[in-house]
Design a protein around this ligand. Structure first.
Ligand code: DPP
Ligand code: ZN
Length: 876
């Protein structure tokens, strides 16, 4: 396949200042008429051909300024339209007519049908499946869209911008016109037509303008959009308060559809959502679902400024809008909920998804320099690490200067397609700092490591830190340059208070942050009488790994006393990780794993510490996942041994704290009416993780079955079902609960996704067969991305012992299924295929079998560019 390179970027010879589209909708033969105002750039020769992108298009007509082109004047293939005729005028009108079959579009890119609703998805390169166009983000155009459809089939006709007319046509058809005054790239185009229910509301902006809000859902489900609407209004207010950003159109619409490749899409004025991230009530959604809805509604809304008003010059700059917008939605959620809890959850996610990506064959810089298929770069690195990089900029320049930099960014680049260089420059300009070394975070892949040791001399009162940075090699980047790493730290005294120091020499230390720029640093603090405990990477100030020689005593002390909540959680999590790694080695050595009473006791202390938020306690009690342990081990992974060690630790913690856990579990019963707020969710989370531990004790299955039956909301019900299915697989209690759940929710596809997910997560060698059988379940469909991700995706990326079955059966099933999905939807298949990205860290037997499975995909005929790209990079 073709490789696209950042250094090859150059502006196109032509611009498209205006785009007018008319859709005559029909499932098998939709007619699209595009009238494009084309402008040749100054200085470009009239002989320069106009080359437009297409993807599988059928061209019916092409005309310039009202005259059909002669066959010799153009060259049309399904994927390209070249106008070769010299274009005398520097500005002209190009008319294109194409015909599409939305009902047969199973790739869910371009115009397609989802449950009889017409909808679109154009990011990154879906617009070229609608009409020929300069389908690249630096071509900004003002759109006018006219939609025609039979009124009874599609009473609702939506597009971007503001409504600009509607009316009746012959034979029961009608039309609507939409005009979006803000020039935008084609990837932000959207159209929706169908019969949908509406939840309406309004919002008054900071300058007093009234905006009509609409959330459109399957008729009858309007009530399920209430939480999303509330989240939308809070997002609109927050962006005004935190960033001074006001909404700019008269209407803001969100449409929920059931077939969607991504989570949601930020089309100007018309966001289209995967219905999973809109529909919720206590009966059908978990607290995690509510939190996701809030975050994704906010994320897409925030794109209106970071992505839409200021867009990307080219797709290499994807992190310019995604990393920044993730940062903004993280800050929003932190303000709406608990900042500390939010930060811990973010870091867990980053480590679970981005670290393995950065440490494996698919590693790439936050701003990649090359790609073959841009759809494969909507990654944890671009999004989550991209957000961490923005956070580090704020840490370095300070919150106030950061806000000034953002103000300057909006002022300087509004209405333009910008680059990462533009973004960094505003912070250099407002802070007067040189961020050139820092900008390596965008350009260099790999997770930096810091090796840190400390010494204390009571005699001289000196506390000395020795720090060494290294960045491991990643594909096509064997030599790395030294990074600027802002490392927040604290010296904690025996009373838990910060230890004062008189001064320091060595690296620069500013406001509790050590700025590491060289390979080695020594920082010597003077006036430190007693040896402090060292709290490192507070608040996770930098996305790095640490190798620290630290006494267990210090970790225990910090886990109980660090004033930085993140680092306090981290200290306990490190103790758990160390114990799990030791257990893994003991199991491989044929020993029974043992755990220190001090560790299991600390788990109990944290659980019962009423000074800590319940949500924090729940997060602390959640043991590092099997994949986390695998990542920390790095090589020669035997998932069965990891599982065994983790189970043993869970049983040890449960056994050591049974009375306390049981008493606390009883006390946490919620008798109030359901509320999805963070505090209530935190209490449920704590009670549900206690259930998980208690279920390991005698009568555990009965307790979980009771929890399941008495649950009054989906959070508790799904938690109990998970415990039954995973901890008591095959027990009568588990079998009954799964059957009850299925009977109750058989007709609710989103709830059935949980049922698929839970069964796909059951550890052990039998799950692959169960999953295979479930692919034939009436609620399952290979054509729906949510179903595929729930069943197949969960099995492949969240079931370590099931997927990595020693005989390779999990991999074989996986390869087969990926190829099946690919026939319909290459994008979803390619995403699924990343589940094997860490195959080289497996023990040799599994490694060989994983490789065979990857090769069987690579050798399949007619592989899509999407899947070929992932599989070839994974094998390289
Ligand atoms: N819709 C996806 C997101 O918001 C891609 N832009 O991240
Ligand atoms: Zn986004």
């Amino acid at each position: 396949g073709q490789v696209f390179r950042l250094e090859d970027y150059r502006p196109n010879d032509y611009l498209i200042p205006q785009t007018s589209l008319t859709f005559r909708l029909s499932p098998e033969a939709t007619r699209v008429t595009a009238v494009l105002t084309i402008e040749r750039r100054d200085g470009v020769a009239a002989s320069a051909p106009l080359v437009l992108d297409g993807d599988g298009l059928t061209l019916l007509r092409v005309a310039i300024d009202g005259r059909d082109l002669a066959p010799a004047d153009f060259l049309a293939t399904p994927d390209l339209l070249t106008i070769v005729k010299p274009l005398a005028a520097s500005r002209f009108q190009l008319v294109l007519e194409t015909e599409l079959a939305p009902a047969r579009n199973e790739a869910l890119m371009g115009l397609y049908r989802s449950s009889n609703v017409y909808c679109t998805q154009c990011e990154a390169e879906g617009f070229r499946r609608i009409t020929y166009f300069l389908d690249r983000p630096d071509i900004l155009s003002v759109y006018t869209v006219r939609i025609e459809a039979p009124r009874h089939e599609a009473p609702l006709l939506l597009s971007n911008g503001n409504p600009a007319g509607s009316g009746d046509l012959d034979e029961g058809w009608h039309y609507a016109v939409w005009h979006d005054p803000f020039p935008k790239p084609s990837y932000l185009f959207a159209l929706v037509a169908g019969a949908l229910g509406k939840l309406a509301d309004s919002f008054t902006t900071m300058s007093g303008r009234e905006v009509e809000l609409g959330i459109y859902v399957e008729p009858g489900k309007e009530k399920l959009a209430g939480y999303a609407m509330d989240a939308l209004k809070r997002s609109m207010r927050w962006d005004e308060e935190a960033f001074g950003r006001e909404y700019d159109l008269d209407v803001f619409n969100i449409v929920a559809v059931s077939d969607f490749n991504m989570g949601a899409m930020e089309n100007k004025g018309l966001n289209i959502f995967n219905d999973k991230y809109v529909l919720a009530d206590e009966e059908t959604a978990t607290d995690a679902d509510f939190a996701n809805i809030e975050a994704i509604i906010a994320h897409e809304y925030f794109h209106n400024w970071t992505g839409n008003r200021i867009t990307c010059r080219d797709w290499f700059q994807l992190c310019l809008k995604e990393g920044l917008t993730v940062f903004r939605d993280h800050e929003f959620s932190a303000d709406q909920r608990s900042r500390a809890v939010k930060r811990i959850a973010e870091v867990r996610t980053l480590r679970a998804h981005q670290f393995p990506e950065d440490q494996g064959p698919l590693a790439h810089p936050v701003r990649p320099r090359r790609y073959r298929e841009i759809n494969n770069f909507y990654t944890a690195t671009v999004y989550e690490k991209g957000s961490e990089v923005v956070r580090m900029i704020r840490t370095i320049v300070g919150a106030e200067t950061f806000r000034a930099g953002m103000d300057l960014y909006f002022e300087r680049h509004d209405g333009h397609a910008a680059t990462i260089e533009d973004f960094i420059k505003v912070f250099e300009d407002v802070s007067g700092r040189d961020l050139s070394q820092f900008s390596l975070w965008y350009h260099q892949a790999g997770t930096p490591n810091l090796t840190i040791s400390s010494t204390h001399s009571p005699a001289s009162g000196e506390f000395t830190l020795e720090i060494e940075q290294s960045v491991p090699p990643t594909p096509s980047e064997s030599r790395k340059r030294l990074m600027h790493i802002p490392l927040a730290f604290g010296l904690v005294g025996v009373d838990g208070k910060p230890v004062a120091y008189r001064g320091f020499e060595g690296a620069s230390v500013e406001n509790g942050v050590i700025h590491i720029r060289k390979r080695r640093h020594m920082v010597r603090f003077s006036g430190v009488a007693e040896r402090p405990s060292l709290s490192l990477n507070r608040g996770f100030s930098a996305p790095v790994t640490l190798s620290v020689e630290q006494k267990a005593d210090d970790q225990f002390f910090l886990a109980g006393h660090d004033s930085d909540a993140f680092s306090r959680w981290q200290a306990f999590n490190t103790l758990l990780t160390d114990a799990l790694i030791a257990a893994f080695r003991q199991i491989l050595g044929g020993e029974q794993p043992g755990f220190a009473a001090r560790l299991t006791g600390l788990a109990g202390k944290i659980a019962g510490d009423e000074t800590l938020e319940p949500a924090y306690r729940a997060l602390a009690l959640a043991l590092p996942g099997e994949a986390d342990i695998a990542r920390d081990l790095g090589k020669n992974i035997d998932p069965d041994a990891i599982f065994e060690g983790r189970e043993a630790l869970a049983r040890a913690i449960a056994g050591a704290n049974r009375e306390m856990f049981s008493e606390l579990y009883d006390r946490l019963v919620d008798t109030d009416a359901f509320s999805p707020d963070a505090a209530s969710a935190g209490r449920r989370a704590l009670r549900n993780i206690l259930l998980d531990y208690l279920s390991l004790l005698p009568k555990g299955a009965a307790l979980a079955a009771w929890h399941f039956q008495s649950a009054t909301n989906m959070t508790d019900r799904a938690a109990a079902l998970t415990v039954l299915a995973l901890r008591h697989s095959g027990s009568p209690e588990a079998v009954k609960a799964l059957a009850d759940f299925e009977a109750k929710y058989a007709r609710d596809a989103l709830v059935m996704d949980k049922w698929f997910q839970i069964q796909a997560s059951v550890p052990g060698p039998r799950t692959v067969e169960a999953v295979r059988v479930l692919t034939g379940h009436p609620a399952f469909s290979m054509a729906n991305p949510n179903r595929v991700r729930s069943l197949i995706g969960t099995f492949a990326s969240a079931n370590q012992t099931g997927f990595h079955r020693a005989d390779g059966e999990g991999y074989r099933f996986f390869a087969e299924t990926v190829l099946q999905v690919e026939k319909r939807n290459p994008q979803v298949a390619a995403r699924l295929a990343t589940a094997l990205r860490s195959w080289r860290s497996l023990e040799p037997g599994r490694q060989a079998k994983a490789r065979e499975a990857l090769l069987s995909i690579a050798n399949a005929e007619n592989l899509s560019a999407d899947l070929r790209d992932i599989v070839e990079r994974t094998l390289a």
